[in-house]
Design a protein around this ligand. Structure first.
Ligand SMILES: Nc1ncnc2c1ncn2[C@@H]1O[C@H](COP(=O)(O)OP(=O)(O)O)[C@@H](O)[C@H]1O
Ligand SMILES: [Mg+2]
Length: 184
């Protein structure tokens, strides 16, 4: 089996090579599939990642959730602590800003802190998932730490482009699995 490092490098390249048009098309399909998933539709306070330019785009999804009256929770990059902080946003434009790594992040001055126990659905990115629900992130273990603290039974939904879905990926004991994978 390939190592985590090898898989990360391979997928980073593929993400970089994918054109915007293809990314937008696939993201649109994933968005529609996700809206058809009851575990997501029924959620009232979902955690949704703020997508990087190369990732499955979650911004239209977040916009839809806010319009539907869902309470949208997003991760904030840690400053000192080595874990994500969770924040509730009520407006995508007003409550977020471009952060240090070019990542969209919630504005800490005007968003409310949320505990992992409050969320009732988790929508997650990865560099790769395998078909059994294993998840490989970018190497910080940030989502592992969040998932270790959410309530039992809360649906964990991964979004990925097809080339991010592998037959098998290596995991360590701290790696948290997902239970639904949506890919295109
Ligand atoms: N629940 C946790 N508590 C403490 N450290 C953790 C936890 N989950 C992950 N880590 C740490 O995060 C680091 C990166 O984890 P890894 O799973 O390789 O990254 P990723 O999930 O981003 O692919 C590891 O060194 C691991 O020890
Ligand atoms: Mg991990």
């Amino acid at each position: 089996m390939k190592s985590k490092k090898e898989i990360r490098e391979e997928i980073r390249q593929k993400l970089k090579r994918q054109g915007k048009k293809e990314r937008d098309q696939r993201s649109g399909k994933i968005y529609r599939l996700l809206l058809g998933l009851p575990q997501f539709r029924d959620s009232t306070k979902p955690l949704i990642y703020l997508s990087l330019p190369e990732e499955v785009d979650t911004l239209p999804l977040i916009g839809w959730c806010l319009k539907e009256g869902k309470k949208v929770v997003v991760p904030a990059m840690p400053t000192t602590d080595q874990a994500f902080e969770l924040r509730q946003i009520t407006d995508l434009a007003k409550d977020t800003q471009i952060g240090g790594f070019g990542m969209l992040e919630p504005r800490l001055d005007q968003t409310k802190k949320v505990t992992p126990q409050e969320i009732d659905c988790a929508v997650l990115p990865a560099l790769a998932f395998d078909r059994s629900g294993k998840r490989l992130g970018r190497g910080g273990g940030y989502f592992d730490k969040v998932l270790a603290n959410i309530r039992k039974g809360v649906p964990r939904i991964g979004l990925a482009f097809e080339f991010q879905v592998m037959n098998d990926i290596p995991t360590d004991v701290h790696d948290q699995p997902i239970d639904h994978l949506i890919s295109s």
